[in-house]
Design a protein around this ligand. Structure first.
Ligand code: NAP
Length: 262
């Protein structure tokens, strides 16, 4: 079965593509395939080469460095969005970070500095990017971010990142309630575990990845491509009635309390 969505004439900003495995890239590929014009922001010059390689041969794309925690960088980034596109239809926030030390030890030992870093990068930046995007987002516009089920249930070692994801999901609801008046929707995608750079920094990720697949009703993990397809649904007019939601794409693993072999 193939569903074709035409996003020609639409514009998107994707924040947080580190390499070909990034969930941001899986989403961007769907947008590009649908004919959308896409701008990309990356945190440090270190990542620019990787992004340039991914975008080789693509038209209608541009890139700009922006640390999402820097107001100055965000001002420059959304100034560029205005210059390139005039307005914005879709915003993809695919950014998270917590210091490794905060995920290695006990949650009880989380330092104030690590707490502030994790919540600032992983949740507050959704507020600040939406504020910068607000005047550019057109009616029918749509914002998505990426979350994880450790916001709702304890996932060992996810620690302060679980708290940051809970904040991101609540932030999604508050933003949706305020931005809806302008015809803009805000949702977050709760993805199952995927092998990306960010995931590699979670202690024991390999075991978590295997356990999630074993528990999932579909008997496997969801894929980045499936995240991309859900993103396309939520960003485009297909998702026009949905806002403020946390939408799962995890092969069903989050519905299981436990799995018992017969
Ligand atoms: P990824 O490829 O490492 O992408 C994360 C991106 O966030 C990187 O490009 C990273 O840049 C960027 N970033 C971190 N701090 C930033 C800052 N201050 N300003 C701008 N960019 C910053 O990993 P990913 O797994 O695709 O992560 C994307 C999103 O999916 C995250 O929100 C993550 O929590 C979420 N998610 C992932 C999984 C999973 O299992 N992989 C599951 C559910 C949800 P640098 O490389 O320069 O730090």
């Amino acid at each position: 079965m193939s569903v074709s969505i035409d996003l020609s004439g639409k514009t998107a900003l994707v924040m947080g593509v580190a390499n070909a495995r990034s969930l941001g890239w899986a989403i961007a590929q769907q947008l590009l395939a649908a004919g959308c014009r896409v701008g990309f922001s990356y945190q440090g010059e270190r990542l620019k080469g990787e992004l340039d390689k991914l975008l080789a041969g693509h038209e209608n794309v541009w890139t700009q460095q922006a640390d999402a925690t820097s107001e100055e960088d965000l001002s420059a980034l959304f100034g560029r969005v205005k210059d390139e596109f005039g307005g914005l239809d879709y915003l993809v926030h695919s950014i998270a970070f917590a210091p490794r030390a905060a995920m290695d030890g006990r949650f009880l030992d989380t330092t104030e500095a690590d707490w502030n870093t994790a919540l600032n990068v992983s949740a507050y930046t959704l507020v600040s990017t939406c504020r910068h995007a607000e005047s550019l987002l057109r009616p029918g516009g749509s914002v998505i971010s990426l979350t994880y089920h450790a916001s709702q249930k304890v996932v060992p070692k996810y620690n302060v990142m679980g708290v940051a994801k809970a904040a991101l999901e609540a932030t999604t609801r508050y933003l949706a309630s305020e931005m809806g008046a302008a015809g803009v929707r805000v949702n977050t995608i709760s993805a199952g575990p995927m092998r990306t750079i960010a995931a590699r920094s979670i202690p024991g990720f390999g075991t978590m990845y295997e356990k999630a697949a074993e528990a999932a009703p579909l008997g496997r993990n969801a894929t980045p491509d499936e995240v991309g397809k859900l993103a396309l649904f939520l960003l485009s007019d297909l998702g026009s009635g949905m806002t403020g939601q946390t939408v799962y794409v995890d092969a069903g693993s989050s519905i299981m309390a436990m799995k018992i072999e017969n």
